[in-house]
Design a protein around this ligand. Structure first.
Ligand SMILES: *Cc1c(COP(=O)(O)O)cnc(C)c1O
Length: 378
C-alpha cells in the first residue's frame, strides 16, 4: 500500500499526459510556452479570481508574493508554527521576522483568538514590544486541505491594516462558505509538488490575486524583474513554471476537478464512518461551512508512535505531519522562542498521524487501514 497513490492516476491519464508532453516537445518552447498562460486561465477561472501567476514552486509562490508586497528587512509577519518550513522560511529570506501564533486545537490552523490577543499587545518571543508599523501581514495556512478561518483572520487584518496571504499549498479544490480556497486574502499561493492534491511531475506553483498591479509585478519578478527584453525594473528571481509541468497539469485538471476532489471527500467520509467512536482517537474537525480537499486525513492519538509502528508491521504507511513545531527549529533559533511558547502546537506534534490518502485509495486497502486501527485500540 502506498501513502499517496500517484501511480493509478498516471496509468489512468497516461495517453492524455503523453500527448501533452509530446506537444511541448514538438513546439519546443520549454520556457514561457503557451501552456503557462493556458493553465493560469484555467486555474483562475476555476477559483473565480482575476489573476494567476504560474511559478517554480509553492515556496517561490510565497516568496514572489512577499517581494511583490514590498516586504523590507526588519518587518514582522505573523504565521503558524504548524506548517511546512516554506511558509516561515520565505519571511526570513526576505530579511523579515516570522512571528508565530499558536494553532486552534480543533483545526490545527492559525487560531484567530490568539491572533487577536497578539495584536492587542504585540511582543516578540523575548517579551519586547514590537512597533505596530513594522507588523505587515499574516500568512494563513490551509493545513491538510482545510481553509483557515479567513473570515476572522481578514477581519483582524483590516482592523490592524495588515495584508493577508493564503498559503493554499495543500488546499487547491477546497472551499469555505461556498468560497473556493485560494480566493482569500490579498494574494494566495499554491504548490503543484507531486504529492499535493493537484500535483505535477516536478516542482511547480502558482500565485492568485485580484490585484492586477500585484499580478504584473509578480510576472516580472518571476522572470528576473525583466520589464522588456534585457531591461530590468527590479531585482527578481528565476521563478518560472516549466511549460512541461504546465502541460501535465492541464492534462490532469479536468479529472482533478470533476472526479478526484469528490473521490477524496468520499474516502475521507469513509474514514470518518469506520473510525467513529474509538476511545483514544480523535477524527479531523471541520469548521462549519468548510469543505476540505483532504490533502491528508489526519487523526490524533496519544499513542502516535505505537500506532505508527503497529500499522507499519501490517504494511500500512503513515506519516507525522509535522513532527517538529517550527518555532523550536534551529533555523529560527535567533527568534528565541522557547519550549512552552506554543503549547497547542507542541502537544499536537506528539499526537498527530496522517493515514494513506489519495483519490485512488482502494476500498480494500482503506478497510485494512481501518480494521488495523480498530484492532490496535481494542
Ligand atoms: C508543500 C508546501 C509548501 C511548499 O511547496 P513547494 O512546492 O514544495 O515549494 C508551502 N506551504 C505548505 C503549507 C506546503 O504544504
Amino acid at each position: 500500500m502506498q501513502f499517496i497513490d500517484l501511480k493509478s492516476q498516471q496509468i489512468l491519464l497516461k495517453d492524455k499526459i503523453n500527448k501533452a508532453i509530446e506537444k511541448v516537445m514538438s513546439h519546443g518552447q520549454f520556457i514561457n510556452g503557451p501552456e503557462i498562460e493556458e493553465l493560469e486561465k484555467v486555474c483562475a477561472n476555476y477559483i473565480g479570481i482575476e489573476h494567476a501567476v504560474g511559478c517554480s514552486s509553492g515556496t517561490d509562490a510565497l516568496l514572489l508574493g512577499l517581494m511583490a508586497l514590498d516586504i523590507q528587512a526588519g518587518d514582522f509577519i505573523i504565521t503558524t508554527p504548524m506548517t511546512f518550513i516554506s511558509t516561515a522560511e520565505v519571511i526570513s529570506l526576505m530579511g523579515a521576522h516570522p512571528i508565530f501564533v499558536d494553532i486552534d486545537e480543533r483545526t490545527f490552523n492559525l487560531d484567530p483568538q490568539k491572533l487577536a490577543q497578539f495584536l492587542e499587545k504585540p511582543v516578540d518571543a523575548k517579551g519586547n514590544g514590537i512597533e505596530r508599523e513594522r507588523i505587515k501581514g499574516i500568512i494563513g495556512v490551509d493545513m491538510f486541505g482545510q481553509c483557515a478561518d479567513y473570515a476572522a483572520i481578514e477581519q483582524l487584518a483590516r482592523q490592524h491594516n495588515l495584508f493577508v496571504i493564503e498559503d493554499g499549498a495543500q488546499s487547491f479544490g477546497a472551499s469555505l462558505n461556498q468560497q473556493k480556497a485560494l480566493s482569500f486574502g490579498d494574494l494566495s499561493t499554491t504548490s503543484f509538488f507531486p504529492a499535493k492534491p493537484l500535483g505535477c511531475y516536478g516542482d511547480g506553483g502558482m500565485v492568485f490575486t485580484r490585484d492586477g498591479h500585484l499580478a504584473n509585478k509578480m510576472k516580472q519578478l518571476r522572470n528576473h524583474g525583466q520589464k522588456t527584453r534585457f531591461r530590468y525594473e527590479s531585482i527578481g528571481m528565476n521563478g518560472r513554471l516549466d511549460s512541461l509541468q504546465a502541460a501535465i497539469l492541464l492534462a490532469k485538471f479536468d479529472t482533478f476537478v470533476n472526479e478526484e476532489i469528490s473521490k477524496r471527500q468520499q474516502i475521507a467520509n469513509r474514514y470518518k464512518e469506520q473510525l467513529a467512536h474509538i476511545d483514544g482517537l480523535s477524527l479531523p474537525f471541520e469548521l462549519p461551512g468548510s469543505k476540505s480537499v483532504w490533502a491528508q486525513f489526519t487523526i490524533l492519538t496519544s499513542h502516535q508512535k505505537k500506532l505508527q509502528s503497529f500499522l507499519k508491521e501490517r504494511g500500512i504507511p503513515s506519516v507525522v505531519y509535522y513532527p517538529h513545531p517550527l518555532h523550536l527549529e534551529e533555523a529560527f533559533s535567533d527568534l528565541d522562542y522557547q519550549k512552552g511558547d506554543m503549547p497547542v502546537c507542541e502537544e499536537y506534534v506528539t499526537r498527530t498521524l496522517s493515514l494513506p490518502m489519495s483519490a485512488y485509495l482502494a476500498k480494500g486497502d482503506q478497510d485494512k487501514v481501518c480494521q488495523s486501527i480498530i484492532e490496535f485500540f481494542s
